[in-house]
Ligand binder design. Sequence first.
Ligand code: ZN
Length: 340
Amino acid sequence: MKEKIQHLIEEVRLVSISTAEDLEQFRIHFQGRKGILNGLFEEFKTVANEQKKETGKILNDLKTVIQEKIDLFLLESEPNNEKPVSDLDLTRPVNYMEPGPRHPLSIVRNQIIEIFSRIGYTVAEDREIEDDWHNFTALNFPEEHPARDMQDTFFIEKNPDIALRTHTSSVQIRTMEKNKPPIRSIFPGRVFRNEVVSARAHCIFHQVEGLYVDKDVSFRDLKQTLLYFAKEMFGESTQIRLRPSYFPFTEPSGEMDVSCNICGGKGCNICKYSGWVEILGCGMVDPAVLENCNIDSEIYTGFAFGMGIERITMLKYQIKDLRLFFENDLRFLNQFKGVI
Ligand SMILES: [Zn+2]
């Protein structure tokens, strides 16, 4: 029987299958119900036990050779017998992208928004390229007035003047033009001034201004709102003080200091040994500004305040150089990982 199988193996190797009919005949001949393989397996049952191992092995070889012949034909007769090209490689390491941390200015901006939303302030934003009316004139900066020199900026067009806004107060004007009191909003955004870039000044920075206009709004409301903000931002033990100041759009105007949160008021180099650091400007909205926005200043009063987000961030995180915010240096930015 071994010789017979050996011959069959040789025979199968020589067979050439070139058509589907050839294949079908080959299959029936060898693998059919009454085909050669089945016959041999029947015969195998009668093989003496001591022969079984060896005979079984070559019988399996025959079975394999037959199947390989069929597989080869099937592979070669595929319409496109090139292996499909795929760049899928499941063994490659993944492209791991580490999520970046939030920018410190965004962190503080969001904190400020959150603090004021808790007492009912909505958020309004508007354009960065502004006309003269909304950036200056409506805010009581008459043309040729020296106060305009305090806020030199980058002009895009002259007569009529179009410029990069110098403060987000322009959004206060737009909000008052569009809405009737009561108005209670904050205005975060990027602003521009023609300043020499240094550790303490930049030609780009960010502000959050706030405005509350209603009947009977007083300076007392302003002070309480700012005290609430200072405690929420810098801690429960924070104190505030207000010093008289001047802005064209508020009367009276003030600047607010908070007790130094680094030394607790004892004096350090951050607060220049005074125990206080200045963080914002504020005041009662000048009646002329209300009238410019068609709000009756005999009925309504309001207060406004404005702060630089950079300044608050520098105090909160003890950052000494303003330029770090704009350099995109990962050694700086990665220090804010995990801060939300
Ligand atoms: Zn201090």
